[in-house]
Design a protein around this ligand. Structure first.
Ligand code: MG
Length: 365
């Protein structure tokens, strides 16, 4: 069989001669023969399949060191390796997109160099709140936890073994140190750092006892300063805002059914009874650390926030949630009413719930 010169092989494979020389040096694509006196490289036409695969993988952006490994695998294993690489790219892109959105949001609402001045100029708001966690009517133990303090609100829905010592309690405990005065410009950093600490504390807790393997927790928390509110979410607990009579969900569930809704494969109504509705895509657990969603939000007097675990929002419909929050004025009464409604519907799961009302507080910080 006639060998091809490097120029002919480059044209046929759509790789440049320069790239072919590099791939030779890396051992990725060795020429079939090299002229001992001139040093010219010659290629076997049967090498075109491998060369074209290298070209495609380069177009995907795969690093050369990884291409070397993929090209030496049998086809089915190479297919799996490409799929794994692409999942990783998508996860990285997703994390970078969230970071970009966050920066856009932060820079739009609060220029970084004006952090301190902004804190001083912001209207000062206060919050009235009520918090409850409840075992429900079916579960043997309560793995849900809720916290409300002067600056911080959080709910966490623990899962897995170790019901007496749930990961939700560990996460909330790690987050509690945030319940202090924090400059508005540092809210997101503070919350992001604290959630990282909470994730580490959960992993340590679960790793300390093999019986806890496979456990974890969701975490939805709000931290506020001045009129700025930072929100973090991982899992399928939720934060809602009731403003001007409308109820808006502020968080996006990290669940299998939510991703099916996002892909158009399931409607919200079908999701309510889907057998996989409790399966989470992200949580604080003992597996690979997952990034939470973070966002900033401007609070206004009159806003009412609801944080709750799925024990409430999968049982009480959105219309009933809105009507209850819009008509029951006192936060304690509102929380009590939401628990009543959950029990009336059978309360199949634990429930964690915080209702927080934003009010004017001109003389206080
Ligand atoms: Mg639950």
């Amino acid at each position: 069989m006639d060998l091809l010169t490097i120029g002919e092989f480059a044209r046929a494979s759509r790789l440049s001669p320069k790239a072919l020389r590099l791939y030779d040096e890396l051992g990725l694509l060795r020429p079939a023969s090299v002229d001992p006196s001139s040093g010219y490289r010659f290629y076997d036409p049967r090498q075109l399949g491998r060369a074209r695969l290298v070209a495609w993988l380069r177009r995907l952006g795969m690093p050369l060191a990884r291409i070397v490994l993929v090209c030496d695998l049998p086809a089915p294993d190479a297919a799996r390796a490409v799929a794994e690489y692409w999942s990783q790219v998508e996860a990285d892109t997703d994390a970078r997109r969230r970071l970009a959105n966050l920066l856009v949001e932060q820079l739009s609402t609060q220029p970084l160099e004006e952090d301190t001045a902004m804190t001083d100029r912001q209207p000062t708001l206060a919050v009235r709140y009520a918090v409850r966690s409840d075992q429900g009517l079916v579960r043997d133990a309560n793995q849900d936890r809720a916290y409300a303090g002067s600056r911080l609100f959080a709910v966490a829905d623990g899962f897995g073994p170790g019901a007496q010592d749930p990961a939700s309690a560990v996460a909330i405990e790690a987050l509690r140190r945030l319940d202090a005065a924090i400059p508005a410009g540092s809210l997101l950093d503070a919350l992001h750092g604290a959630v990282g600490d909470a994730g580490a504390a959960v992993r340590e807790h679960l790793g300390a006892d093999p019986a806890r393997h496979g456990g974890g927790t969701t975490l939805t928390a709000m931290l506020w300063s001045g009129s700025q509110l930072a929100l973090v979410n991982i899992g399928d607990s939720r934060a809602y805002l009731l403003r001007d009579g409308e109820l808006r969900q502020l968080t996006h569930d990290h669940s299998v059914v939510q991703s099916m809704i996002d892909d158009g494969r399931l409607t919200a109504d079908e999701a309510a009874s889907h057998p996989q509705r409790a399966i989470l895509l992200r949580a604080l657990h003992d597996g690979e650390p997952a990034e939470p969603d973070l966002r900033l939000h401007d609070a206004r007097p009159g806003d009412r926030y609801l944080l709750c675990s799925d024990g409430l929002h999968t049982v009480v419909g959105t219309d009933t949630l809105r009507d209850t929050l819009a008509t029951v004025t006192d936060p304690h009464d509102a929380v009590a009413r939401l628990l009543e409604l959950t029990h009336a519907a059978g309360a199949p799961d634990n429930i964690a719930c915080v209702v927080a009302d934003v009010i004017d507080a001109p003389d206080h910080d």
